[in-house]
Design a protein around this ligand. Structure first.
Ligand code: NAP
Length: 265
């Protein structure tokens, strides 16, 4: 290969796991395209990393249906050839499905499902043609169970895990890796934005985003299909697989409760 850097596009790089993944990839010498809506956060991260690797900032709102194609066009217009894609952007919505605002649900499915699908579809042909590189998808422990009171979020992560595992098999013969990382509770802005702070599931400290990112990047570089970071999260996944589904989903629903309150709004 030429001396051109390996460029990796990281979605949701403005905070939490995405910012930590960007730092971890930079630590491995990857040039980065950073995207999210909060441009000033992306620029601050880019300034921090700039001495080490080339960094491009392309803000995008992935809830907009046209955003993934526009983002890839903007990458191409800069002459950047992607070697890696990190589908990390995502958010959760807590509450009864029947009462959640329909437009919020649509936006969540656009960001958590449609955007990673479109970006993977846009990037994968190039990776396969060049027979190198890969995709890292940020799913969740929630991908392994139905989640009452957070139904569409859990379903979105189940979709992403299933897509990722299938693409892993399709891409592997071409020397291209597709990896899903399934974090459990991680200390980021996610709980506040998803209104899950104080629920049984989020009642206590989680893993550090940096630890999740380090394990995810290691698994991605090894070419693993799936990584569940942290022994506690691996135990949870093992339990969810052993339990009958009807018990597992009841348990998951209970985890959305706030101790001391009788119901979830
Ligand atoms: N934290 C956890 O406990 C946990 C557990 C399992 C899985 N995850 C998954 O980890 C991923 C990262 O979340 P996090 O925990 O790091 O939370 P976070 O700190 O809230 O980060 C979410 C990222 O997604 C971006 N994003 C949200 N909506 C977007 C939109 N419309 N367009 C573009 N970007 C958007 C945000 O950027 P802007 O707001 O700047 O656009 C932000 O960079 C998500 O997919 C989440 O589902 C988190």
């Amino acid at each position: 290969m030429s001396g051109a850097p390996d460029w990796t596009l990281v979605t949701g790089a403005s905070s939490g796991i995405g910012a930590a993944l960007a730092r971890a990839f930079a630590g491995r010498g990857h040039a980065l395209v950073l995207t999210a809506r909060r441009e000033e956060r992306l620029r601050a991260l880019a300034a921090d990393l700039a001495g080490r690797v080339p960094v491009a900032v392309i803000p995008a709102d992935l809830a907009r249906p046209e955003a993934p194609a526009q983002l890839l066009a903007a990458v191409e217009a800069r002459g950047i050839v992607l070697h890696g894609l990190v589908n990390n952007a995502g958010f959760g919505l807590r509450g009864r499905f029947a009462t959640l605002p329909a437009e919020d649900l649509s936006a969540m499915l656009a960001v958590n499902v449609a955007a990673p699908t479109a970006l993977a579809r846009g990037v994968l042909p190039g990776l396969i043609a060049r027979r190198r590189g890969g995709i890292l998808n940020v799913a969740s422990v929630g991908a392994y169970v139905a989640g009452p009171k957070m139904a569409a979020y859990y379903a979105s992560k189940a979709y992403l895990l299933s897509l990722s595992e299938a693409l892993h098999e399709e891409a592997r013969p071409f020397g291209v890796t597709v990896t899903a990382v399934c974090p459990g509770v991680t200390d980021t802005e996610f709980p506040a934005r998803a209104d899950v702070e104080g629920t049984k599931r989020f009642n206590g400290p989680g893993m550090a985003a940096e630890a999740v990112a380090r394990l995810a990047v290691e698994a991605y570089l090894r070419g693993d299909a799936v990584v569940v970071p942290g022994a506690g999260n691996r135990a949870t996944v093992a339990l969810l697989r052993l339990l009958p589904r009807r018990l597992a989903r009841k348990l998951a629903g209970r985890m959305q409760r706030v101790p001391g309150s009788s119901s979830v709004q």
